[in-house]
Write a protein that binds this ligand. Structure first.
Ligand SMILES: Cc1cc2nc3c(=O)[nH]c(=O)nc-3n(C[C@H](O)[C@H](O)[C@H](O)COP(=O)(O)OP(=O)(O)OC[C@H]3O[C@@H](n4cnc5c(N)ncnc54)[C@H](O)[C@@H]3O)c2cc1C
Length: 263
């Protein structure tokens, strides 16, 4: 079973801060990690490969330092990795990101499963997996929390709904987006990590020419959406902390509620 897994490198925080002047994300001083859902995607891919044979290829689009995320994926058991990095890819919206990843997957060639995380903790759109599946014209199942069975030409999975589960059988090749309930990701194996990081690293680095795209089709110029302004919402109502002994606080609180005609 040949599996491609999409891996995004993200800042190690869910409290993204914006530069008030430029509106850009402040990334300085924040460690980068593999997007948490993607660790579950890698574990699923490597687990299936160990059971059924085949190979796992990890793919990431990002700046050159995203190679660290791919090295870790290889440390966890991926056999190959491809980093898509090019100044032309910068400023991509989800459309341009999915198109670029789709082109790279076409270049990699035949596969049985494409596994992605459900959502990235920085961009948060949960659009990439479904959009890449749409680009590749393959079936997709999102929110996968269990892989029940692999048949000759299809896969049976369980997907999480708000109030229950759905069991779906889907023809392969297919795209799955996975959630944390699926498995417990393993730690990277040190020897494999060293192999991935050394001078003869097997990680391939591709630019726009390598995947046969025009600069105008990718990055900011290939994006269908453009950010006009980025800002953090201003809170209209400020909280107030009451201090003192409990009895004092309770009577202060009752006074304030009466003052505001809330009781
Ligand atoms: C108009 C616009 C402009 C933008 N400009 C910039 C910019 O200048 N710089 C910038 O950093 N971001 C920019 N972004 C954000 C960028 O488009 C998204 O981060 C990116 O498309 C992925 O979307 P997401 O983070 O919501 O991923 P989600 O859809 O939430 O991710 C789901 C899964 O898809 C896979 N995945 C997502 N992204 C990647 C990736 N890059 N490589 C491999 N797998 C991936 C992972 O498996 C992940 O778990 C911009 C977005 C918009 C809308």
């Amino acid at each position: 079973m040949d599996i491609i897994v999409l891996v995004k490198q993200v800042p190690d925080t869910t409290e993204v801060k914006l530069d008030p002047k430029t509106g850009n994300l402040i990334r300085e001083g924040i460690e980068s990690i593999i997007n948490p859902d993607d660790r579950h995607a890698i574990e699923a891919a490597v687990g299936l490969k160990e059971r059924l044979g085949g190979k796992v290829t990890a793919v990431s689009m990002g700046p050159p330092q995203a190679i660290d995320a791919l090295s870790e994926a290889m440390g966890m058991g991926a056999d190959n990795a491809v980093l898509l990095t090019d100044m032309a890819f910068a400023g991509a919206d989800t459309w341009a990101t999915s198109f670029t990843l789709g082109k790279a997957i076409e270049k990699i060639g035949k596969f049985d499963l494409l596994i992605c995380g459900r959502q990235a903790i920085d961009g948060d759109t949960a659009q990439i997996g479904p959009q890449v599946a749409d680009y590749l014209n393959i079936p997709q199942v999102s929110y996968v929390c269990e892989v029940e069975e692999i048949k000759e030409k299809s896969i049976v999975v369980r997907r999480r709904l708000e109030d229950g589960f759905e069991r779906i059988e889907c023809e392969m090749p297919a795209m799955l987006t996975v959630i944390g309930e699926l498995n417990k990701p393993r730690y990277a194996h040190v020897a494999k990590l060293i192999d991935a990081c050394n001078d003869k690293s097997p990680i391939k680095v591709w630019n726009s020419a390598d995947i046969g795209v025009q600069v105008a089709e990718v990055g900011l110029s290939g994006s269908l959406t453009h950010v006009i302004k980025t800002f953090a919402p201003k809170f209209q109502r400020q909280g107030e902390v009451l201090e003192g002994e409990t009895n004092e606080i309770v009577s202060q609180l009752i006074g304030k509620l009466k003052e505001n005609r809330l009781i």
